[in-house]
Design a protein around this ligand. Structure first.
Ligand SMILES: [Zn+2]
Length: 354
């Protein structure tokens, strides 16, 4: 099944306002209350609350993914929804005013411009796939757990799963990048500590005669915060010309920075930072040293991030996107959000209906 979505051309984000996003608020390390857990979408909820076309349609209207009503631009009257012609599930907006055209003045499919435009797949499966994506399921798991297989709908193909996971991922990346831009505030500040480390994703080895260069990533995290920043080093360069502007982009002047002894960090104190280096003995300045445990938070980030990217089979083309997806998934876990509703928010943001 060939599905094409040109969301970036036709329905990409238009104007950005902070009302599109909810701020994460302060990170609190606590377990969710029972009531909070009950409010989260589970697999069972997907099956019982979004198991029929009618339920999915009502949910789409309620979430603002499709329009409930539309005014005729010519007559300024509310258009009817017809389910008889064309889109039988979603329906078609039709203006009731009589004109010379047979069937009324104007007809617009309710799918037009929405996430569901050009959908061949039934909407019940679409929501099932949104849920599966939100939970990070593998294709095998999606096929295996599909509650509708052998039933009223056909079994999902790997291509279909891949298509819809891609649509979800694209929406999530646009949404999350905009959200990061909207709330971008520097981390650190006087009296605060930010740990900084760089790490290479992808091994340097000859594989089938191909040299895999890998990707250098700079990571920054403030002590006592879960606000992890990851930056792909432009052109894969890790010299001070690249590293220092990245640090300045994310960290307030006056912050104490913990780094290893990589030479690109050497002159950070010239840029208004207090700088402490790992295993670096300077008899003139004994306070300029930190030991390994003061670098642990940033160093411990790499293993998890690398595992995620490896599972996703990253390559040169998708690396930066996957890193954003990783941060988005990490944010959901750290801030204990409802993953399914987070994808819905992203879809709503990218496929604005009006
Ligand atoms: Zn009309």
């Amino acid at each position: 099944m060939a599905l094409t979505k040109s969301q970036s051309e036709s329905t990409g984000p238009t104007c950005v306002s902070t009302s599109d996003f909810q701020h994460d608020g302060l990170y609190t390390n606590r377990r969710l209350y029972v009531s909070e857990n009950l409010n989260m979408w589970s697999f069972k909820d997907i099956f019982t609350k979004l198991g029929t076309h009618q339920q999915c349609l009502a949910f789409s209207e309620q979430q603002g993914l499709i329009l409930k009503e539309k005014m005729c631009p010519k007559h300024h009257t509310v258009m009817n929804i017809s389910y008889t012609t064309g889109g039988k599930i979603f329906g078609t907006f039709r203006c009731g005013k009589r004109t010379r055209k047979p069937g009324g003045c104007l007809r617009i499919s309710r799918k037009k411009g929405t996430f569901f435009e050009n959908t061949v797949l039934d909407i019940v499966h679409v929501y099932y796939l949104i849920y599966a994506y939100s939970r990070g399921w593998s294709y095998d798991n999606v096929i295996f757990e599909d509650p509708y297989k052998n039933n009223k709908f056909k079994c999902l193909s790997r291509n279909t799963i891949s298509d819809w996971f891609t649509y979800c991922k694209e929406a999530v990346i646009i949404y999350y990048l905009e959200k990061l831009n909207t709330f971008s505030r520097k981390i650190g500040g006087p009296g605060k500590i930010v740990q900084i480390d760089k790490s290479k994703f992808g091994k340097q080895k000859h594989k089938k005669g191909r040299y895999n260069e890998g990707h250098w990533v700079l990571g920054l995290i403030e002590d006592g915060s879960e606000d992890l920043r990851l930056e792909v080093c432009p052109e894969n360069v890790t010299s001070s010309d690249v590293i220092i502007p990245l640090i300045q982009k994310h960290v307030e002047v006056g912050t104490t920075l913990h780094t290893d002894s990589w030479h690109a960090y050497d002159h950070l104190s010239d840029y208004g930072y207090m700088h402490k280096k790992l295993n670096h003995s300077d008899p003139d300045n004994p306070n300029s040293t930190v030991d390994r445990k003061n670098m642990q938070r940033i160093e411990s980030q790499w293993r998890v991030a690398k595992r995620f990217l490896k599972l996703k089979n990253f390559n040169d083309d998708n690396f930066a996107d996957l890193l954003i997806e990783y941060l988005w998934r990490r944010n959901i876990i750290k801030y204990k959000k409802d993953a399914f509703l987070e994808v819905i928010s992203a879809v709503k943001y990218v496929y604005k209906v009006e």
